[in-house]
Write a protein that binds this ligand. Structure first.
Ligand code: FAD
Length: 497
């Protein structure tokens, strides 16, 4: 059996390492994990040293080895890690060779999963409209109609809500199939799905909603009939969400809501908003007096004001509530226990931030552009410093993908995701930002312009999109819980600090 267990990036090119690679250090103490098969090729050709102790593998790449990503050795055991960049850094990777882990872990796709990938790829090739793909890959703004069109194409196929239960028209796909689908959509250049309804409100309704609420809202979310937005953040209450002050006071069969939400993405498109509101300001713990309401955006007393971001676009808003009446039946879960709902939803929000397929597509395009860009008589890809930067991102992306597969394997085995979702968010968004920076560097001074000033100039619409894109991508490390907050979560929940 030919088996690959890692990749080495050397001189700007990735090479997959397999069982055919020479093994130089085979004999090893029998109480160590089966490192030798891996050690051989790496130590001989790419690494200065590779040592193992205390369940940690230490890798020291040679200077001309830009990166090493390892995911497998022997036939069962696994090690995930990235040894990085130009021989300057040594990274450490945890290995776990316990019999339990050996019998469970498998990061390769099965033949059925590969067949599924082919099916999705072919379907996307045939059904993704060219004009939508063109907008996505060239970083052009998508209108509400664009977003809805793609949503409805997928809904018709039955693929718009893969993770919903089958009785609500979910696909019954495994976690791996869902990941493959997302990756293929990203790679193909599909527009994003409207996650506020599909991946935030719906999971909450499925978990906490009454039968009436499910029946009323879920089919409309599925078919793209209601556009949702998220009313969590307020001025002064972002990371410190529990300090929120928007009030909801009972009056007969309604709540009367007063206050302000901010940074509300696409509220100007939305039919509905799910909101965290304070229903009891006198509880000793701030988290205890909060409730989760579904509010019709056409209700009298709601006003939406645009906020223009530094890329010049209108994506977010301030939403004001001035004595807005909301029926009690629109509260999800118990009064004053909305924090439980809020936290449940945040886990789902962070699941979707890695965007690995899209980053792979953008990285491929970046390499194409860099190869065509000539500087001082040679391609930018031949510039060692630039190549080093691209390779660094590529290594990080490969490591993220493998890490993601590892979590998928845990999910496949029935283990719920925990704080590791935060790791995917941090790395995924850092990579997205890094790609946008390298795109700017590739375009050089022309990337400073927001739009072509001179139609005759050596300048195209894609180059014009790079500066707004670069600026827009700053948001990714802020929204869905800033990356600093994600690091706090990892520190507490995973490292126990
Ligand atoms: C483009 C965009 C779209 C958004 N869309 C929505 C939306 O649709 N709905 C919604 O409800 N919200 C939305 N948000 C809001 C987003 O969730 C908040 O911006 C985010 O939670 C950060 O809160 P804040 O802006 O109040 O910053 P703050 O919480 O004031 O943080 C400021 C800085 O301090 C750091 N910081 C804060 N606390 C800590 C700590 N304990 N430890 C270490 N560092 C800390 C933060 O990381 C950040 O760098 C959006 C934001 C952006 C930028």
């Amino acid at each position: 059996m030919t088996m690959s267990w890692g990749s080495v990036i050397s001189n700007g090119r990735a090479r997959t390492l397999g069982t055919g690679d020479a093994c130089a250090i085979c004999p090893g103490p029998s109480n160590q994990p089966p490192l030798p098969h891996l050690q051989g090729a790496l130590a001989g050709n790419y690494l200065l040293s590779l040592t193992y102790s205390d369940n940690l593998l230490r890798l020291r790449p040679r200077r001309d080895t830009a990166g090493v990503v390892l995911w497998r050795w022997d036939d069962q055991s696994c090690m995930i890690g990235t040894a990085v960049i130009g021989g300057m850094l040594v990274s450490e990777a945890v290995s776990d060779n316990s019999p339990e882990r050996r019998s469970r872990m498998d990061l390769n796709y099965s033949p059925e999963e590969e067949a599924f990938r082919d099916e999705v790829r072919v379907w996307l090739r045939e059904n993704l409209p060219d004009d939508l793909r063109d907008k996505v890959v060239n970083y052009r703004e998508l209108s509400k109609a664009d977003l809805l069109r793609w949503h409805q194409i997928l809904a018709k196929k039955g693929w718009v809500a893969p993770d919903w239960p089958i009785e609500w028209d979910g696909t019954n796909w495994t976690v791996v199939q869902r990941y493959i689908f997302e990756e293929e959509c990203g790679a193909a250049g599909c527009p994003p799905l409207m996650s506020f309804g599909l991946r935030m409100c719906a999971p909450v309704l499925l978990r906490f909603g009454t039968p009436e609420q499910k029946q009323r809202f879920l089919p409309r979310i599925y078919h793209g009939e209601d556009f949702w937005c998220q009313g969590y953040s307020e001025p002064g209450s972002g990371s410190d969400l529990a300090s929120l002050q928007t009030r909801a006071v009972r009056d007969g069969d309604d709540y009367v809501v007063t206050g302000q939400k901010i940074w509300t993405t696409l509220a100007h498109y939305a039919d509905w908003i799910f909101c965290l509101v304070r229903t009891d300001p006198n509880r000793p713990k701030r988290q205890e007096g909060i409730s989760f309401l579904l509010i019709d955006m056409r209700s009298p007393g709601i006003s939406v004001r645009p906020i223009t971001l530094m890329d010049g676009g209108h994506e977010v808003n301030a939403v004001f509530f001035d004595d807005v009446r909301v029926p009690l039946e629109n509260r999800v879960h118990e009064e004053n226990d909305g924090w439980t709902v809020a936290k449940y939803l945040l886990g789902y929000e962070r699941m979707g931030t890695g965007r690995i397929g899209a980053s792979k597509r953008e990285l491929a395009r970046l390499k194409e552009l860099a190869a065509k860009t000539i500087k001082d008589g040679k391609s930018l890809l031949d510039d060692p410093r630039f190549r080093d930067r691209i390779t660094r991102v590529e290594v990080e992306l490969m490591a993220l993908e493998i890490t993601n597969l590892r979590y998928l394997d845990q999910l496949r085995g029935g283990r719920a995701p925990g704080a590791e979702v935060s790791l995917l968010k941090i790395k995924g968004t850092e990579i997205q930002q890094a790609i946008s920076e390298l795109m700017m560097q590739t375009a050089g001074p022309l990337a400073q312009l927001f739009r072509p000033m001179d139609p005759e100039a050596d300048f195209d619409a894609f180059t014009a999109s790079l500066a707004p894109r670069y600026l827009n991508m700053r948001k990714t490390t802020i929204y869905a819980g800033s990356n600093e907050i994600q690091r706090n979560i990892i520190a507490k929940a995973t490292l126990g600090l």
